[in-house]
Write a new protein. Structure first.
Length: 189
């Protein structure tokens, strides 16, 4: 599952539509989610007929509409959690504005979670915790309490939750123009 959420703008273009390097950031992020082999993949977008959903045309994903996306990340998490609960499934969360998440890391975190499905699990990089995150059933149900522009952090600190060590730095969250340039620079190294 990939939660795209609201798309803030950087000089004239929604950040999720910026080229990375030759396709929109959101398409690169979703392609990485698909390459992980974890299925099904859904993408939470503000509008199913908007440009972000349009950038995903031809990909085998479920589009989940969240007209309240601009009010904060929590609304997209709630939409995704509802979708996963309806499927009777766990939820692997990656972010649309983190195009550097390695598909193999998504697979490793999902596989590690399968070994102990009663707990939530997140990636622990050398510099910080980050995505992907796998939400247990308990965390999915608790996601209905998330409000504002808060993420999952407070729902992943329970005694039953865990972290999987991933060598290297965490993927860059492309929230600013300097972060975008840094993420592009990592592609060439």
């Amino acid at each position: 599952m990939l939660a795209a959420g609201a798309s803030t703008r950087m000089p004239g273009t929604p950040k999720l539509l910026l080229p990375f390097p030759d396709e929109p950031i959101i398409r690169r992020s979703v392609t990485h989610a698909l390459e992980s082999g974890v299925r099904p993949v859904a993408v939470v977008v503000e509008s199913a007929t908007g440009p972000i959903a349009g950038a995903l045309e031809g990909l085998s994903v479920t589009i989940l509409e969240n007209p309240d996306a601009a009010t904060g990340a929590s609304t997209s998490i709630r939409v995704a959690a509802g979708w996963a609960l309806a499927l009777g499934s766990a939820l692997v969360v990656t972010l649309g504005d983190e195009p550097g998440i390695d598909p193999q890391v998504v697979r490793r975190v999902a596989d590690a979670w399968r070994a102990d499905p009663l707990r939530s699990l997140r990636a622990r990089y050398d510099d910080r915790v980050g995505h992907p995150v796998v939400l247990s059933d308990r965390a999915l149900r608790a996601a209905s309490d998330i409000a504002g522009d808060r993420g999952l952090g407070s729902h992943l600190d329970g005694p039953d939750d865990g972290e999987l060590a991933i060598p290297g730095p965490a993927p860059i969250d492309v929230d600013t123009e300097p972060a975008y340039r840094e993420a592009l620079a990592r592609l060439t190294h």
